[in-house]
Design a protein around this ligand. Structure first.
Ligand SMILES: NC(=O)c1ccc[n+]([C@@H]2O[C@H](COP(=O)([O-])OP(=O)(O)OC[C@H]3O[C@@H](n4cnc5c(N)ncnc54)[C@H](OP(=O)(O)O)[C@@H]3O)[C@@H](O)[C@H]2O)c1
Length: 313
């Protein structure tokens, strides 16, 4: 596997770290794309030691900043000329935090969870095209269950915060919308990249134990919920194994444009009528249906246009 190269964003903690560990143990060249180099260096050293693989590399990336993405991609290209697997795992979900804009003037949740991954994929396409079996994976969330309510929409009108003082802002709401946008982007990108034979899928994560550090980033009200949820959530390595399976196994070699649940079953859109509360609850435990809003053509095209426009230089 020495010649197989993988980039994982947010590989210094939680599922990203567990995935870096799994790929390193399997002999891949793992590029950890992380924001905080000092903190991540310790994790890199730990992974090299435990996996006995010294091809665990650390490169700086703030996925909410277009400039940082450009720097990461050129640094990557200085060292490698192809990329086999790209896992967009990093995400911003500091629930309870106030409205914040990224350095490029976009709402921070969308900048980190949607525009950053889109831009990074775009800049790494030439490397992905050189792989025999290139796979891109987006880390989704079962938070999109809120879109079973047919009144839910993605508010694409205020991503630069122009009207921010007129609306009640919530990171939770933005996170929910950004993860739905990511599913839409998965479907759209898969179509766009079909002719290049680059596969793009999303994994719907229902929950994985969060680190103390991650929980500390939440405001107190959300912290208590997170501690309680943590009792029931599986370890990050459970989800990391799913990342590994989706990105490496022959079973998914031709799978593209799909949202998969944590049993790695391909999910399908719900019927257009609203689901009963009971059926909505069942979605939380990883059932096979996702809200049909994910297939909304108008929003997908609008989102695609915004992504392209956002990263224009
Ligand atoms: N755990 C769950 O229950 C759950 C449920 C549904 C979905 N998910 C999804 O699973 C993925 C992994 O989450 P996790 O639970 O493993 O959380 P985590 O341990 O907090 O990992 C998130 C990672 O993202 C990184 N990150 C955040 N903003 C970044 C930025 N601007 N640039 C670069 N890296 C950034 C963090 O880096 P820092 O250390 O520098 O902050 C951290 O390494 C996320 O996409 C999340 O939405 C998780």
């Amino acid at each position: 596997m020495q010649d197989q190269i993988i980039v994982i964003t947010g590989a210094n903690s939680g599922i990203g770290k567990a995935a870096a560990d799994r790929f390193a143990r399997e002999g891949y060249t793992v590029v950890m794309a992380c924001r905080n180099i000092e903190r991540s260096r310790k994790v890199q050293e730990e992974l090299i030691k435990t996996s006995k693989n010294n091809r665990v590399v650390l490169k700086q990336l703030d996925v909410s900043s277009f400039d940082s993405i450009r720097q990461f991609c050129s640094a990557f290209k200085e060292d490698y000329n192809k990329l086999d697997i790209l896992i967009h795992n990093a995400a911003y979900f500091n629930h309870g935090e106030k409205h914040r804009l990224s350095i490029d003037n976009f709402e921070l949740t969308f900048a980190t969870n949607v525009f950053g991954p889109y831009y990074m994929t775009t800049l790494l396409l030439d490397c992905l095209k050189k792989s025999e079996d290139a796979r891109i994976l987006h880390a989704g969330s079962n938070i999109i269950k809120h879109f079973f309510d047919p009144k839910r929409k993605i508010d694409l009108g205020d991503l630069q915060g122009v009207y921010k003082n007129k609306k009640k802002f919530s990171v939770y709401k933005m996170y929910c919308q950004s993860k739905m946008a990511l599913v839409m982007l998965t479907f759209k990108l898969a179509k766009e990249l079909e002719s290049e034979r680059i596969k793009v899928n999303a994994l719907q994560i229902n929950g994985a134990k969060m680190s103390k550090n991650t929980i500390q980033k939440l405001k107190p009200r959300y912290r208590t919920i997170a501690w309680i949820q943590n009792i029931f959530f599986p370890s990050p390595s459970y989800m990391a194994d799913n990342y590994f399976e989706l990105c490496t196994s022959d079973k998914f070699k031709h799978t593209t444009g799909k949202l998969l649940n944590d049993k790695l079953e391909v999910m399908t859109p719900s019927p257009n009528h609203p689901l009963s509360v009971f059926k909505q609850l069942r979605q939380i435990t990883g059932k096979q249906v996702y809200p049909s809003f994910a297939n909304d053509k108008y929003t997908t095209e609008k989102l695609w246009e915004i992504c392209r426009h956002a990263v224009e230089e």
